[in-house]
Design a protein around this ligand. Structure first.
Ligand SMILES: Nc1ncnc2c1ncn2[C@@H]1O[C@H](COP(=O)(O)OP(=O)(O)OP(=O)(O)O)[C@@H](O)[C@H]1O
Ligand SMILES: [Mg+2]
Length: 239
């Protein structure tokens, strides 16, 4: 019957319309793969966490699910706090897949590597201040990122005022202590120092930007950060 056929055609078309078109792999890590795709006509990425061979499969699935859940909760919270993150388009909790808005632009890591020497210090300080202000906002709202590296930040369209944070799989939220906030900054500091040759201006800008948002938080967190650094140095000496 023509009527039914028409209906079936319609359904087939709809099904195809909701599918996604896979493009290049952007990133292939030990635990996750990020592939560019088009989702309902929009540029997007699929982030998929897969099993690590050496972990127990049940534990592994549980960890992956927990991280995917934390990632979504973290992005949600960050957005509420006025910090830029990719929009979540689709969640497949069975396959541990997320479809996220594609953020076009360089990672902070790449952006820094492209700076010329005459502008280096100035831009690094300016970027540090933007970064610090954003982190202070996250921390003030009770969200700790948990994996702050320059690869987990994208400058949307190359614009530092549109700094976008990604990779919230290790984030935590709720009652976040100054110690936890200090660790977040310490992880970032270590990552920056080991990734970039000259990071002094960035780190100075970072603390200035962080302080400007809320001085009380800054004072408490800076004190903890000092203690954490000292523990780190002692550990390094003992080996
Ligand atoms: N929404 C996005 N838009 C553009 N590029 C992205 C996006 N998400 C991820 N990427 C790219 O893929 C890389 C890896 O992504 P991500 O940091 O989320 O994964 P990961 O480090 O493997 O995560 P995890 O530590 O949770 O296993 C990023 O450094 C970035 O270059
Ligand atoms: Mg990452």
């Amino acid at each position: 019957m023509p009527e039914i056929e028409e209906e079936m055609d319609f359904e087939t078309t709809t099904e195809e319309g909701f599918g996604y078109e896979l493009n290049d792999i952007l990133y292939q890590g030990a635990e996750a793969k990020v592939t560019k795709c088009v989702w309902l006509g929009r540029e997007a990425v699929i982030k998929e966490r897969f099993s690590k061979g050496y972990r127990h499969p049940t534990l592994d699935t549980r960890l992956n699910k927990a991280r995917t859940k934390q990632e979504i909760r973290g992005m949600w919270k960050a957005r509420q706090l006025g910090v830029l993150v990719p929009t979540v388009y689709f969640i497949d909790s069975e396959k541990n897949q997320l479809i996220l808005e594609y953020i076009k632009g360089p990672t902070a890591k790449y952006w820094i590597s492209q700076l010329s020497s005459d502008e280096y210090d100035e831009k690094m300080r300016e970027f540090g201040a933007v970064l610090g202000a954003n982190l202070a906002k996250l921390h003030l709202g009770g969200l700790v990122h948990g994996d702050l590296t320059t690869s987990n930040m994208i400058l949307k369209n190359g614009d530092m005022s549109r700094l976008t944070f990604i990779d919230f799989g290790l984030s935590s939220q709720g009652k976040v202590t100054p110690e936890e906030k200090g660790v977040d900054l310490y992880v970032l500091e270590r990552a920056v120092v080991s990734t970039h040759e000259n990071s002094k201006a960035l780190l100075e800008g970072l603390m200035e930007g962080y302080k400007k948002v809320n001085e009380k938080q800054f004072t408490a967190v800076e004190k903890k950060l000092e203690e954490i650094r000292l523990r780190g140095r002692k550990r390094d000496m003992i080996g």
